[in-house]
Design a protein around this ligand. Structure first.
Ligand code: PAF
Length: 279
């Protein structure tokens, strides 16, 4: 497995490769878990060269504490990637990607950012889009893989990829879960075992929504589910939205099967978790 710390070295390596090779890219912020590894394994099935980047992107964090506390496990990550035969890892320092005091670019998301993460984390998606544009300019992949756990991020990345005229195909991969149903996330590392138990309410609620949709109105179902969170004082519900999958706007009436999503953000012991289900 090749490891690059500098974009110029990565670019010249990629330039030296056979132009017919299908390249797949998996951008990550490290602290890799089975969810990330499943992105790499999916990428490997459909390509000749898989590149993974590990970079905790400072511009997408809304607060310094969250950025500082974000888990960093580079040596374990490199071992895990090499064990599953990832071809290339790019592990840059901030200075390889950002100039001193560089500001994020502002993008147009056609309303995809109006609710949920876009509303609760102002500037977050401009940070994500800025780093994705920079990384795509370096790697120029044929395909790029992202987890469906970050559904709004996935839809926004599909949108900006088209807007910026990248020819990269964006592939969404279904969420990997613990046996408890909890979505795998690097942030789970910051939860105690009792917090991990409490966090299962998130996926249980999403399943409840999928099972009870169409039988109840959107309004009734939302109210019942919000009440479940209100009964658990140690979980702070930030939002629970039932949205249309195409524009991520809250709906009053269900769309066709497969065109709706329920999305939740909640914090436990100050650790913010998100998850969703499509139905
Ligand atoms: O999903 C993530 O880990 C990050 O938001 C991403 C896509 C790697 C951009 O920093």
């Amino acid at each position: 497995m090749k490891i690059f710390k500098l974009k110029e070295e990565l670019k010249s390596y990629l330039n030296s490769q056979d132009k017919d090779k299908i390249t797949s890219f998996v951008p990550t912020m490290g602290a890799l878990h089975d969810g990330h590894l499943s992105l790499i394994l999916n990428a490997k099935k459909n390509s000749d060269l898989v590149i993974c980047s590990i970079f905790v992107n400072p511009t997408q964090f809304n607060n310094l504490k969250d950025l500082e506390e974000y888990p960093r496990t580079p040596n374990r990550d490199i071992k895990a990637l090499s064990d599953i035969n990832c071809d290339v890892v790019y592990l840059p320092e901030i200075s390889d990607l950002y100039r001193t005091n560089e500001k994020v670019k502002q993008y147009q998301y056609n309303g995809l950012d109006t609710y949920m993460e876009g509303k609760g984390r102002p500037g977050h998606f401009d940070g994500v889009a800025t780093i994705i544009e920079k990384l795509f300019m370096i790697v120029r992949p044929n395909k790029a893989y992202f987890g469906q756990k970050d559904l709004q991020q996935l839809q926004i990345i599909k949108h900006i990829t088209k807007q910026l005229n990248f020819e990269t195909e964006i592939v969404g991969v279904s969420t990997k879960r613990e046996s408890s149903g909890l979505a795998m996330s690097s942030r789970n590392k910051r939860l105690s075992s009792s917090d991990l138990e409490k966090a299962t309410l998130i996926y249980k609620t999403l399943l409840f929504i999928k099972e009870n949709a169409y039988k109840n109105s959107v309004k009734e179902l939302k109210e019942t589910c919000i009440q479940k969170f209100n009964e658990e004082p140690e979980i702070h519900l930030e939002y629970l939205e039932i949205v249309s999958l195409d524009n991520l706007h809250p709906i009053d009436m269900y769309k066709h099967n497969g065109c709706n999503a329920a999305c939740i953000a909640a914090s436990i012991s100050s650790v913010r978790l998100i998850d969703n289900i499509i139905f």
